[in-house]
Write a protein that binds this ligand. Structure first.
Ligand SMILES: NC(=O)c1ccc[n+]([C@@H]2O[C@H](COP(=O)([O-])OP(=O)(O)OC[C@H]3O[C@@H](n4cnc5c(N)ncnc54)[C@H](OP(=O)(O)O)[C@@H]3O)[C@@H](O)[C@H]2O)c1
Length: 292
């Protein structure tokens, strides 16, 4: 029987595929463009899959008993995902691990919580992996700022318990392959919450050059980020996330990574060291999104 990984080309899913393959678990990567996915993924089996195209679900689910479920940020219709969960249960999937968001349980309107609640109502064994803000966002959204030496984040003095996507993936892989995780919700965070001033100090220290935090106001952030070319919808989502941090709601630290994996989570200095080349000023190619 096989594990189907949705979001397999994404930040967490790609690392889940790698972790399962390394453990010799039969894994199938789901992607809208399988040829492109094969080039970027270390996976033997890639299948065409789209939450919005039910005609792709049958082949994707054939012979699958476990499912890693990712809600694509760009997919606003929760029903496409919950319908897929129901289809998975109908064809014999017994376990689902859902990638969710830290604090989801407190926000019934959040799409992730709506998916969680739907999953709770099925007969599936479920595990929720509620992740804090990914360190990898610095490779994607903020890489140029780090290279230029000025972070531009409207989080004030609020702390965030950043988590490395490698830890998120390892917790998910454990929940997919080991007994004892059914009915559990894990809050995955790093060992220490940091303000963005402290984040800038870590970048300065590890990279050996000054990085500061501009700490803009929310209107400054919205205008400047939109002016730099980020689509307005994404600017608003980022604003909501950073406002949560500004109000001190993103800093909760837990021991869940250690409890599940039996090792410490990756801390922020280690993340920066591991990706120092991606943040180097001389480099211009896109981030490696390395799964190491
Ligand atoms: N960023 C954070 O700090 C953070 C923290 C906690 C939780 N989260 C949650 O994590 C989730 C995103 O995970 P991620 O960052 O690993 O993903 P990601 O890097 O944003 O990638 C999105 C994935 O979704 C797939 N996808 C897009 N549209 C699809 C569709 N219609 N049908 C099927 N697949 C589709 C893409 O695959 P293809 O294009 O190859 O099909 C891709 O693999 C979101 O729910 C987000 O809220 C994020």
């Amino acid at each position: 029987m096989t594990v189907l990984v949705t979001g397999a080309t994404g930040t967490v899913g790609s690392r889940v595929v790698a972790a399962l393959a390394a453990a010799d678990e039969p894994v199938r990567a789901a992607a809208r463009d399988p040829d492109a996915a094969r080039e970027s993924l270390d996976a033997d089996a890639v299948v065409t899959f789209d939450f919005e195209k039910p005609e792709t679900w049958g082949d994707a689910l054939d012979g699958v008993d476990r499912l890693f479920l990712v809600r694509p940020p760009q997919l606003s219709r929760v029903g496409a995902i919950t319908d897929f969960v129901d289809a998975a249960e109908r064809v014999g999937v017994d376990t689902v691990v859902v990638l969710s968001v830290l604090g989801a349980e407190k926000n019934p309107l959040l799409p992730h919580r709506r998916i969680e609640r739907h999953v709770e109502g099925t007969g599936l064994d479920w595990t929720f992996v509620r992740a804090s803000f990914f360190m990898q966002n610095f490779l994607e959204e903020h890489r140029e700022e780090v290279r230029d030496g000025v972070l531009f984040v409207p989080a004030g003095e609020g702390e965030t318990s950043f988590v490395d996507a490698r830890d998120v993936a390892d917790v998910a892989a454990a929940a997919l392959t080991e007994p004892g995780h059914a009915g559990r919700a894990y809050d995955v965070t790093c060992p220490e919450a940091l303000t963005y001033d402290e984040v800038a100090a870590v970048f300065s220290d590890v990279l050996g050059r000054p990085v500061t935090d501009a700490n803009p106001s929310l209107p400054e952030f919205v205008w400047e980020t939109y002016r730099r070319g980020t689509p307005l919808g994404k600017v608003l989502v980022m604003s909501a996330i950073y406002t949560t941090a500004r109000f001190g709601l993103a800093g909760r630290v837990t021991d869940d990574v250690r409890d599940v994996l039996g090792r410490s989570p990756v801390d922020f200095p280690t993340f920066v060291k591991d990706h120092a080349n991606d943040f180097a000023v001389e480099r211009s190619p896109a981030p490696s999104n390395s799964r190491n």
